[in-house]
Ligand binder design. Structure first.
Ligand code: GLN
Length: 543
């Protein structure tokens, strides 16, 4: 039967609970255990799909088409286990299900309440589909004390009684701040946070203390005494130089040993950490460096492009080079002089996914610059659509080419699709339907042209990649665009939807309708990113 690890956070948000969960899961996995990580988000949105990337960071999409929290990206990257719809739940979804059931009359006249109905739904979610697992790590979003997270805390409290004593573990992640004026680390916020948690009926078994300076033995003993845990269960979590160093660091602090001890497992195998040693070595000892420009709209908040950032780092690891990323605001590039100044020093240009018209002319100008100067270019989703609009306007002679996403246009090179094929059959959308959950989402197959650049990059002609978009390149324009030097080298299996476009007369010019960054992992860098960074490296030797 699976064992459950509940991870809560205290003192402040942004302590890196997601990374902590991912790292612990990776350590357990390195000992041969089967793991899965689940995220519980207390907010009322049904999923993060409709939230601004500025507020919530990127929306991570799973193979089965769920729009989820970006922590699921960490989980996948660290464990290689593909996340599913059933790995992320929000209060919004729970209430939506409960209210639908109530309207159907499923509660047979009962008063529907937070306890037991909401808490039961949370428990059901945690326990579902876990028979073939050794460990399920459940990360609760937010910070202890939040009003919204109370039902989740209550559900954990109940589960700790419902399950066997050695079947659950509670880990609380806190902050031990350094007060420069006193020259001391302060344990009081941790004490308060644990008091808050115990007042909800949850005694933590293990404390993970984020700190900027090493935690002295005296402070560790103090935390243990005041928070009612063993001293060995107070684990210091110093800031790491890279997120990929975190599992090895936590192992060094005894985290996985202490977790297994708490579960009463004393026959644990030794962890096999060589793949972590290898990626940390690749990251720490690069043999060169490249500078990539990312021309986007949400460049003020890097979490908005989390997976993209990581995929570029993985591409660097694959080539043993350091990747410097210049985040460039597309809006600034509406001015061509400014654009040349910023783009000239770059070894490659990437236009990522995005929504809406703002900054689009800057993106189109960046594509033009990359095309004309033979600089490696990678367009992802909206980036691919902009590459097609650029080719249409500046090469194929369709001066007013645009996308219907930006308003009515006489030349809809990119348009909204209202029906497409899925594995289950025809999927239909209305142009005026809901915004939430109605995009083309999740994994779809594509067929690649045998002699194309992308077929060489993938070393395959059949691929599957994750999608999240409402608009598609209009296949009525394929012929004209191909006359303008673009090649549609990847299409949906039925041949209806353009998936990949490339320029055979350019050293590296590829646009993809999907999001390859979502499937890149440090141990298995995505071939497009590995190849793109290789092209940037070649370019760096030219300039
Ligand atoms: N806005 C575009 C669309 O909906 C692209 C989306 C994206 O880049 N993820 O089709």
């Amino acid at each position: 039967m699976a064992r459950f690890i509940f991870i809560t956070g205290g003192v402040v948000s942004s302590l890196g609970k997601g990374l902590m969960a991912a790292s612990l899961a990776a350590l357990l996995q390195s000992r041969g255990y089967r793991v899965r990580i689940r995220k519980f988000d207390p907010y009322l949105n049904v999923d993060p799909g409709t939230m601004s990337p500025y507020q919530h960071g990127e929306v991570y999409v799973t193979d089965d088409g769920a729009e989820t929290d970006l922590d699921l990206g960490h989980y996948e990257r660290f464990t290689g286990v593909s996340a599913k719809q059933s790995d992320n739940i929000t209060s919004g979804r729970i209430y939506q299900n409960i209210i639908q059931k109530e309207r159907r009359g499923d509660y047979l006249g009962a008063t529907v309440q937070v306890i037991p109905h909401v808490t039961d739904a949370i428990k059901e979610f945690a326990l579902a589909d876990t028979d073939d697992l050794d460990f399920v790590l459940c990360e609760i979003g937010g910070t202890v004390g939040d009003i919204e997270s109370l039902p989740f805390m209550e559900a954990i409290r109940q589960l700790r009684n419902d399950l066997e004593p050695e079947q659950t573990l509670s880990i609380h992640v806190t902050l031990v701040p350094y007060i420069a004026a006193a020259g001391e680390l302060k344990t009081k916020p941790t004490q308060h946070s644990v008091r808050e948690l115990t007042s909800l009926g949850i005694q933590p078994d293990l404390l993970l203390c984020r700190c900027e300076h090493p935690l002295p033995e005296t402070e560790r003993a103090k935390i243990a005494a005041f928070c009612n845990v063993r001293k060995q269960a107070v684990i210091q979590a110093l800031d790491a130089e890279s997120i990929y160093a975190v599992p090895l660091q936590y192992h060094g602090e005894g985290l996985d040993n202490e977790v297994l001890r708490a579960f009463g497992i004393d026959d644990a195998k030794e962890p096999e950490l060589s793949r972590w040693d290898d990626i940390v070595d690749r990251y720490n000892n690069p043999e060169g460096e490249v500078t990539i420009g990312v021309v986007g709209k949400y460049v003020g908040l890097q979490d908005a492009y989390k997976s993209l950032h990581e995929a570029l780092v993985h591409g660097g690891m694959a080539n043993r080079v350091k990747v410097n990323i210049k985040w460039l605001d597309a809006e600034v590039f509406e001015n061509e002089e400014e654009l040349a100044e910023d783009l000239e020093p770059l070894h490659a240009i990437l236009v990522p996914g995005g929504f809406g018209e703002r900054g689009s002319e800057g993106k189109i100008s960046s594509v033009k610059f990359a095309r004309e100067h033979n600089v490696p270019f990678f367009g992802i989703c909206l980036g691919m659509q902009m590459a097609c609009v650029e080719g249409a306007r500046n090469v194929a002679g369709i001066a007013s080419a645009s996308t219907t996403e930006f308003g009515d246009t006489k030349e809809p090179i990119v348009g909204m699709i209202t029906e497409w094929m899925t594995k289950e059959g025809l999927e239909k959308r209305g142009a005026d339907g809901d915004l939430g959950g109605t995009m083309r989402l999740g994994a779809y197959e594509a067929r690649l042209a045998a002699n194309s650049h992308v077929a060489a990059v993938y070393d395959d002609v059949k691929i599957s990649e994750r999608h999240r978009h409402r608009y598609e390149v209009n296949s009525n324009y394929i012929e004209k665009l191909e006359q303008g030097g673009l090649l549609f080298s990847g299409m949906s299996p039925d041949g209806a939807l353009p998936e990949i476009v490339e320029r055979p007369d350019h050293p590296w010019f590829i646009g993809v309708q999907f999001h390859p960054e979502l499937k890149s992992r440090p141990f298995d860098p995505h071939p497009l990113f590995a190849s793109f960074i290789k092209a940037a490296l070649d370019q760096s030797r030219l300039v």
